[in-house]
Design a protein. Structure first.
Length: 336
């Protein structure tokens, strides 16, 4: 009895051990299989992650490049905006100054402008009735003929052709400013003004081919700009005169050209005279479309060690031109 009971227990123990071993074996096999598949998945994940990182880095570099370009464009636009703002500020300042000058001149001379306008109308018509009115108005505003050397003041439009050469700018500029002011004073009111140098270059390019409106403020600006107006000149008034005639001469306008200079460096006086004759036509009554006046400054005769040949040639040329074109030549004997 005792032996059979022990044999049954041994069979049960062996079977149990078999089951247990099989279970452990299955577990070990699962672990082995899972470990074999895990490196491949990890490696693929790493590859995918590296590719993603590479793509993101490329996108970052691209975005940084675009940002740099946009920053440069922004800086350029900001600089342009600053320049435009500065320009606008300057223009506003100029506009305010001009408006202030105009308002002040309007308030100060409103009554005198009315009187001067009536006087100018009397001076410029040159009829018997106008001459009578001129004599009546003379106590209000007297035009001293000596200021312009007896040059007639019957023109409605005035063009100044100014020699801007080094000799004029260095030695005669103050005297030229005084004489130009005197000429303007002799014409209290005209329909239009123009200022160019002897090369035909305009002082105010935006008025090229047009007339500058005549106002007290505009006259002050002309004199103010003229103080520092130093541009290239070949010391010959021919280009300025011919350009003025070609551009502005008209049979229905009374125009005077005032040539202010000190020398003529051209080759032929006769050629200049004939050229001006061709441009400044004579009407049926024998009058030229444009009068030519001139004021000569004795720079070539006042500066030691300088030949006066070009000064003599300027005086000769302008005497002929003024005589043939209904004007007057005034040769100054002093720069004071």
């Amino acid at each position: 009895m005792s032996r059979r009971h022990r044999t049954g227990m041994d069979g049960f123990s062996l079977s149990f051990l078999d089951v247990i071993c099989c279970g452990f074996g299955a577990i070990v096999l699962l672990l082995v299989l899972s470990k074999m598949g895990e490196p491949g998945a990890i490696e693929q994940s790493r590859i995918d992650l590296d590719a993603l990182i590479q793509r993101l880095q490329e996108e970052i570099f691209e975005i940084r490049g675009e940002a740099a370009i946009l920053n440069r464009e922004l800086i350029t636009r900001q600089e342009q905006l600053s320049k435009e703002n500065a320009k606008i500020a300057r223009l506003r300042g100029d506009l305010s100054r001009i408006q202030g000058e105009f308002a002040a001149s309007s308030q100060e001379s409103e009554v005198s402008d009315i009187i001067e306008g009536r006087l100018v109308a009397a001076q410029q018509e040159l009829t018997a009735e106008m001459m009578r009115l001129q004599e009546q108005q003379r106590p209000v505003r007297r035009v001293d003929d000596k200021l312009v050397g007896g040059i007639p003041v019957d023109s409605e439009y005035i063009i100044f052709v100014i020699d801007t050469s080094g000799s004029m700018f260095t030695y005669a500029w103050t005297a030229m400013l005084n004489k130009m002011t005197q000429v303007l004073d002799a014409y209290p009111k005209v329909k239009g003004l123009q200022v160019m140098n002897d090369m035909g270059q305009y002082m105010f390019p935006r008025y090229a081919g047009k007339w500058i409106p005549d106002t007290p403020a505009r006259r002050r600006i002309i004199i103010s700009n003229l103080r520092s107006w130093s541009v290239f000149s070949n010391s010959s008034p021919v280009e300025g005169i011919t350009r003025a005639i070609r551009t502005y001469a008209a049979p229905d306008k009374k125009i005077s050209i005032y040539v202010l200079g000190d020398e003529f460096t051209g080759k032929s006086i006769d050629k200049v005279v004939s050229t001006v004759d061709n441009y400044n036509k004579v009407d049926a009554e024998g009058n030229r479309m444009v009068r030519i006046h001139s004021i000569g400054f004795p720079v070539m005769f006042s500066v030691a060690g300088v030949s006066n040949t070009t000064g003599v040639r300027f005086a000769t040329l302008m005497r002929i031109l003024c005589h043939r074109n209904g004007g007057t030549f005034v040769g100054l004997n002093s720069l004071r």
